[in-house]
Design a protein around this ligand. Sequence first.
Ligand code: 13P
Ligand code: SF4
Length: 313
Amino acid sequence: MSTTTLNQKEIIDKINQLRKEKNAILLAHYYQRGEIQDIADVVGDSLELARKAQQTDADIIVFAGVRFMAETAKILNPDKKVLHPNPESGCPMADMATYEGVKKLKEQHPDAAVVAYVNTNADVKTLADVIVTSRNAVKVVKALPEKKIIFVPDQFLGGFIAKQVPEKEFILWKGFCPPHFNLSKDQLLQLKNQYPDAKIAVHPECNTDTVEIADFVGSTSQIIEYATTCDADTVIIGTEVGLKHWLEKVNPNKKYIFPQTADYCGTVHCCDMKKNTLDKILYVLETEDNEIILPENIMNEARKPLERMLQIV
Ligand code: 13P
Ligand code: SF4
């Protein structure tokens, strides 16, 4: 039966049946559509999903996230089949760091450690000494023996780390996340005026001015922990709107305000994350199409900095 003739419940029933039959697991990032979060085996931030991908005994991993996340799952599980529901779901920030550019920078600073945000393509990961996520970046960078750090590709996460590790020198790649970049400090201050008792929690991918006025800065999971446990009843959230679904599910007693931005969507909205749909998840489970395939040498080299990160934190 074609998926276009099925209603949502029928699509979900088929997904459930196929994941059982094929011993498949569905991993989803918090920025995924609500209906995907609701049926995922695990919903998490990029670190939690990488860990889960490393630990699972499923034969197939369906990764509802952007491409670098599905690639990370494959690199950590070269013998497993990793299916990406929509191969067009990439990360514009990851694409801002090129292999050639990072290699050149590394050659110019042979005494520096290359620290790559997990939001990088697999070829760039091969150049890294260690990978970080927004959850563990400060801890990992502090643990490195090198005093000089090349950080790619997010200049804002890099700047946030640099502030907390003043004893090291940082060379920052000038990448950024377009949806987070469009969230201005003024948008948050306007909301704070409207809700004076509210707390502000933001992702470190936001620009420096925005981060500076926040009560809390952390990864998607850390924002959820903070928002649901802090003493304020209203929390202004500076990250992608997909988080609203999860927050309202885990703690419906609070009010979560997602600011308006200059972005054409009007909110912090990652179009790429939203390219995965239930239809596409069913499609890959049925056909085993859209498998993540990477050259073995790239996987072997990219695995080293990833495993180093997972050993540190
Ligand atoms: P997290 O590590 O917080 O899940 O962030 C991933 C991401 O792409 C944020 O834009
Ligand atoms: Fe990339 Fe930003 Fe989308 Fe995260 S939110 S996947 S960093 S574009």
